[in-house]
Write a protein that binds this ligand. Structure first.
Ligand code: SAH
Length: 345
């Protein structure tokens, strides 16, 4: 069976020709699926009935099923729990900003990276998501928007390491940014990575206009590898070089994410080390007060975070503090872990 939702336009054309239909049908089907967000063939009224039947049999549209929605009482953030075809559960988070909706989606079921502060890693890696499973998170949530609004920003910062699933992430980006699809600007898409050097280089070579966010969290190799096991495989220096390459090839400045952990990476000396690391780099630092996921690591106090920000700002580093949304629904950064509670029963 063909996973039709995951096909790029060229692939859809090939499929349409395989089933002996005229090629203009591909454009119609693509528009229904990706622009109009329709997954039920019977609604595709400009397709002949025979073709609709054929498609239902040969290429049923798989979109993840919404199992549960939790809404934050604090800020309107919503966390969606989806069930995939094989029963796996994944999560996405919808955030409402002044400028519109932003959605945080998952790229893998589970995660193998083992960062010490992140709950997504509990339970380990299960499998990569497919293109249709990544698109489906967005399309399903779009259908659920009560005000008929539009999602303007996508961050691939949910569960999983997107640069270990580029086979999916690249076609996903091409489809979601396509003019005859949902047509999101590549500049409004952020891919976050823990620092997979070959993946960063490969993404750089694609020369897309997407934003690359590096989960830095420590300005020295020694501290970074204590917090993030992946740093042993891809040392900080190599990661920074590959980020420079990304900037060189795309002209897009890198976002460095820095989760502030009390007594671990939040001292004045840590701030100075961070300045030394990125001073001559065209970058933006996003400070994220740690969302507590276990007993060991605590967030830095708001005063400490502001103080850290001031030190960086004095050295002319572009730096912002990220507002934490959806805390009360375990929907904030690093908190997506519900699936494990469910699957481990
Ligand atoms: N694997 C990718 C994307 C998923 S994590 C990556 O590592 O970037 C998305 C972001 O949330 C990363 O910056 C990650 O380091 C951060 N994060 C994870 N746990 C967190 C926590 N408890 N508090 C704050 N940020 C966290």
């Amino acid at each position: 069976m063909t996973d039709i939702l995951g096909l790029e336009f060229e692939g859809l054309k090939a499929f349409v020709s395989e089933i002996n239909e005229p090629s203009y049908r591909a454009k119609q089907i693509y528009t229904w699926l990706h622009k109009r967000n329709v997954s039920d063939y019977d609604t595709m009224t400009d397709l002949p009935e025979g073709l609709r039947k054929k498609l239902t049999e040969l290429a049923p549209v798989f979109v993840p099923e919404i199992k549960q929605i939790r809404s934050s009482n604090q800020d309107g953030t919503k966390k969606y729990l989806f069930e995939l075809n094989d029963g796996q559960l994944i999560e996405s988070v919808l955030m409402h900003y002044k400028y519109g909706y932003s959605i945080c989606i998952s790229s893998q079921a589970g995660c193998a990276m083992g960062c010490s502060f992140c709950a997504s890693t509990v339970g380990g890696f299960i499998r990569n998501l497919s293109v249709s499973e990544m698109l489906g998170q967005i399309y399903r949530i779009v259908s659920d928007l009560e005000d008929g609004g539009r999602i303007s920003h996508i961050v691939i910062m949910g569960v999983g390491e997107p640069l270990l699933n580029l086979e999916t992430v690249l076609p996903f980006i091409r489809i979601i940014t396509s003019e005859s699809g949902y047509n999101i600007s590549a500049r409004n898409i952020t891919i976050s990575t823990c620092g997979i050097v070959p993946g960063i280089k490969r993404l750089a070579a694609e020369q897309l206009q997407v934003t690359l966010a590096l989960s830095l969290h420590a300005a020295t190799q020694e501290l970074r590898q204590r917090l993030m096991p992946v740093a042993k495989k891809y040392p900080l220096e190599d990661v920074m070089n590959s980020c420079d390459e990304y900037f060189r090839l795309t002209g897009r400045r890198i976002t460095y994410e820095y989760a502030m952990i009390r007594g671990i990476n939040d001292s004045d000396e840590d701030a100075r080390a961070l300045i030394r690391l990125i001073k001559n780099r065209n970058s933006h630092v996003n400070l994220i007060p740690l969302n507590q996921t276990g007993k060991d690591l605590m967030p830095s106090s708001p005063d400490k975070v502001r103080h850290f920000q001031e030190i960086l700002a004095k050295s002319k580093i572009n730096v912002t503090i990220r507002r934490s949304l959806g805390n009360d629904i375990d929907g904030a950064c690093g908190q997506l872990r519900r699936q494990y509670k469910d699957t481990s029963r």
